[in-house]
Design a protein around this ligand. Structure first.
Ligand SMILES: Nc1nc2c(c(=O)[nH]1)N[C@H]1C(S)=C(S)[C@@H](COP(=O)(O)OP(=O)(O)OC[C@H]3O[C@@H](n4cnc5c(=O)[nH]c(N)nc54)[C@H](O)[C@@H]3O)O[C@H]1N2
Ligand SMILES: Nc1nc2c(c(=O)[nH]1)N[C@H]1C(S)=C(S)[C@@H](COP(=O)(O)OP(=O)(O)OC[C@H]3O[C@@H](n4cnc5c(=O)[nH]c(N)nc54)[C@H](O)[C@@H]3O)O[C@H]1N2
Ligand code: SF4
Ligand SMILES: [Mo]
Length: 721
């Protein structure tokens, strides 16, 4: 891959579509707003600071919040246009009951009473675990904590899990194994200070746009960039070295890089001896991954793999960043461990400009995985199967340990249980599984089998259409709370306006429902600040310790990095300083990993890899961004990227309709014939439902440790329609 001259990087920076300001000052030509509210973007895990403009008690525009250090006023297209949701005509503004004639409005009293009665009826007939809860990582920390407590204490079910199960859990599990804690190891300021950035499986420019800015700052100081991705993404176009890995071949690639590093003496023996354990097992495991032996499997020439290893060794400081490209696999945890092995062997962690992070995706992807709404977890990132952790939280909640339900099913497993009839009642908040889970046909069947389904959302999602009852919840700007950013920084989301019509703050709906279920004394919160205070106390002594964090401190300090165990503690921007890790003995662990093929193999009938992901202007299942006109204009519908070498023999031209068929089904899309991806791979963005949903093609195979689906590698056949 040719080195792209700096002038082109400059050009992308100045004119690229991915870092844009909205001109400040003007909204609809109406002059000054009534007030400006400093808060955060409701979309991705970077949680950019932004000012919302409020007039007549409606959010009417945005302005940059220059002082917030993370993004210093920069926003991507989604952050600029998010304000258009607040007054959107599609907002659900009353509870809605399904009838034979469609959804009809219902009063709150009757709706809550009805939901509680139906859920209890199902439980009394089929047992406590026949009702499940699905939750989401766009919710604030307060709500995430509340959902875990609600499921286990008010409903008494063990089945609660969240949509983060489709997201960063492979990284979380690997981080826990290797480091003993699940958080980005570094603040993003370390990216700007490094000498080499290795990005793997992350379309940084489109999916974590502000991170691009940090990488460019490093590039301005002369840092090198290596990008590993089957697609030549915008950031890959600016790389010094681009490795177009085959989908699913990350373990052999990273093992081979580490093999060269060890072979050529590039590892940090002192660091390995003093601060880690089990290196020898990894040294042995990677010995056979000589670049020349694995180049076929990896799909990248051996000399390029050697070049990557040498660039890594030559750099004094490095940052390794990855995202879902390596995590969305049945070997997602192994992929992440193979990256961590390289970082640990080189001793490049816990120092300024040196470290490692998964780029967390969802708005509160970090915080929502700490406070107990996961099937295997209790608040403070505690383990639900650890007797001491159970004892501690049961006592904190004022219940007997034996009454605290045990580990439940993951969210895709919950859908599976619904399909087989074991789960019959469902409460879902902030989750759109019909669009986002693999094998959409199966998800639809499962939802149709439920005896009773209640969904809390602010827009009618494809999933909510299957509900018996829909409760109108709140947008992020309609409630107070905290979220924890991709960096591990806890920030304050401020309420700008009230929810419209009869819509209510999510936490209030859940507390009211808990009350109807007979849990009044344990859910008597009068505002989110009270929930946060309880969360802080519950987290105290856990790995994710928030005890010393308050709304006031966050406002004063522009966010506080956890762990922060008391009011005097400064917070912890950089983890593992001095080589001290979070395992009891302070040492990080190496884990040997070997190549395994994916779960949906190519064959003559399905000879092409399908990988799926995102575009800059749409967010996740699109239930929010598909309603925002200027974002829809940027990318109105999904398409399939096809390399000319694949397209030509099939007589597919740019813009032609193409049929993709997998072992689960078919969809028809417009072709984009581009040379920016591997010829053996096609790519489709996944933000659309129904006939346009690429999840009709993906398969229900999961990582055995983390339970994450294999969204990034399915086998398909490509035909011209
Ligand atoms: N615009 C936008 N931004 C978002 C989101 C959004 O929906 N839209 N969602 C947010 C969320 S929740 C998330 S999780 C993040 C996701 O952020 P990313 O993970 O950066 O985005 P993806 O498009 O899912 O996939 C990343 C890259 O992985 C590559 N890839 C595919 N298969 C492989 C493989 O086998 N190995 C390697 N090394 N790479 C592979 C793809 O080509 C793609 O470029 O984005 C967050 N930000
Ligand atoms: N093929 C394929 N599939 C994928 C992926 C992929 O790369 N490829 N990526 C996966 C990833 S990484 C992710 S994170 C998942 C996302 O999975 P989803 O759960 O589909 O994510 P969202 O689109 O955010 O859906 C959240 C729903 O909750 C609502 N909502 C948002 N915020 C709030 C709130 O504060 N309160 C309430 N009450 N409701 C709210 C939204 O309107 C929406 O209906 O998709 C996964 N699916
Ligand atoms: S979507 Fe992410 S990058 Fe874009 S403005 Fe919002 S938080 Fe920032
Ligand atoms: Mo995600």
């Amino acid at each position: 891959m040719a080195i792209v001259p700096l002038s082109e990087i400059e050009m992308l920076r100045r004119h690229g579509p991915h870092l844009a300001y909205e001109p400040p000052g003007g909204f609809d030509g109406r002059g000054e707003p009534d007030r400006r509210v400093k808060t955060h973007c409701c979309f991705c895990g970077q949680q950019c600071g932004v000012q919302l403009l409020v007039a007549d008690e409606k959010v009417v525009g945005v302005e940059p919040w220059e002082e917030f250090p993370f993004n210093a006023g920069k926003l991507c297209p989604k952050g600029i246009k998010r304000y258009l949701q607040n007054n959107h005509p599609d907002r659900i503004t009353t509870p809605l009951l399904r009838t034979d004639d469609g959804f009809v409005p219902m009063s709150w009293d009757r709706a809550l009473e009805y939901a509680a009665r139906k859920l209890r009826e199902i439980q009394s007939r089929h047992g406590a675990d026949s009702v499940a809860v699905l939750s989401g990582a766009s919710l604030t920390n307060e709500k995430a904590y509340l959902m875990g407590k609600f499921a286990r204490v008010a409903l008494g079910t063990r089945h609660i899990d969240y949509n983060g199960r489709l997201c960063m859990v492979a990284a979380g599990a690997a981080n826990l194994k290797a480091f003993g804690i699940d958080r980005a190891a570094n603040p993003w300021t370390d990216i700007a200070e490094t000498d080499l950035v290795l990005v793997t499986g992350s379309n940084v420019s489109e999916c974590s746009p502000i991170t691009t800015d940090y990488i460019w700052k490093a590039r301005d100081r002369g840092a090198k960039l290596i990008v590993v991705d089957p697609r030549l993404t915008p950031i890959a176009r600016t790389a010094d070295l681009y490795l177009p890995v085959k989908p699913g071949a990350d373990v052999p690639l990273m093992n081979a890089i580490l093999q060269v590093v060890i072979d050529e003496g590039g590892f940090d023996q002192a660091f390995v001896e003093q601060h880690t354990a089990d290196f020898d097992a990894v040294r042995e495991a990677v010995a056979s991954y000589v670049p020349e032996a694995v180049e076929q499997t990896v799909g990248v020439p051996a000399r390029r793999i050697r070049q990557a290893a040498r660039m890594w060794m030559d750099a004094g400081k490095s940052m390794l960043l990855h995202a879902r490209g390596i995590e969305h696999h049945t070997k997602g945890v192994d992929n992440v461990l193979s990256c961590i092995n390289l970082v640990l062997a080189s001793g490049r962690i816990g120092k300024p400009g040196c470290g490692y992070a998964t780029i967390t995706g969802q708005g509160n992807g970090q915080g929502a995985r700490e406070h107990g709404q996961r099937c295997n977890q209790l608040p403070g990132a505690r383990d639900i199967e650890n007797p001491q952790h159970r004892e501690h939280i049961a006592e904190f909640w004022g219940i007997e340990e034996k009454d605290l339900p045990g580990k439940g099913a993951t969210s895709p497993e919950i859908i599976g249980l619904a399909h087989e009839g074991a789960v019959r009642g469902l409460l879902s908040v902030c989750y759109n599984p019909l669009v986002s889970l693999p094998d959409a046909g199966f998800t639809r069947e499962a939802l149709e089998k439920l005896d009773f389904f209640v969904a809390i959302d602010f827009f009618m999602s494809e999933t909510a259409r299957h509900a018996d009852l829909i409760l109108p919840g709140s947008l992020q700007e309609e409630d107070e709370g905290t979220v924890t950013t991709a960096e591990g920084r806890v920030v304050h989301v401020r309420k700008a306006v009230d929810p419209p019509g009869q819509a209510r703050a999510d936490w209030r709906i859940v507390c009211d429902l808990a009350d109807r279920l007979g849990g009044r004394d344990k859910f008597a919160f009068s505002d989110p600040a009270e929930i946060f205070d309880e969360l802080r106390a519950a987290s105290s002594g856990g790995k994710a310790d928030y005890k010393g964090i308050t709304y006031e401190r966050i406002d004063r300090e522009m966010g506080v990095f956890w762990p922060c165990p008391d009011a005097e503690h400064p917070g912890t921007p950089r983890l593992f300083e001095g080589g001290r890790f979070a395992h009891d003995d302070g040492r990080a662990r190496f884990h040997p990993v070997a190549y395994r093929p994916g779960a949906d193999p190519l064959d003559d009938e399905y000879p092409t890899y399908l990988t799926t992901g995102r575009v800059v202007s749409q967010f996740l299942s699109g239930n929010q961004t598909r309603r925002i006109g200027p974002l829809v204009d940027q990318c109105p519908e999904p398409y399939v990227e096809i390399h000319p070498k694949l397209a030509e023999p099939l007589e597919i031209g740019d813009g032609d309709r193409v049929r993709l068929t997998s072992r689960r089904g078919s969809i028809d899309l417009a072709a984009r014939v581009v040379s920016t991806l591997r010829p053996d791979t096609v790519f489709v963005p996944y933000h659309w439902p129904g006939a346009q949903s690429v999840n009709r093609l993906t398969h229900r195979s999961f990582d055995p440790i983390a339970g994450i689906p294999e969204f990034k590698a399915s086998a398909v056949r490509v035909e011209k329609c």
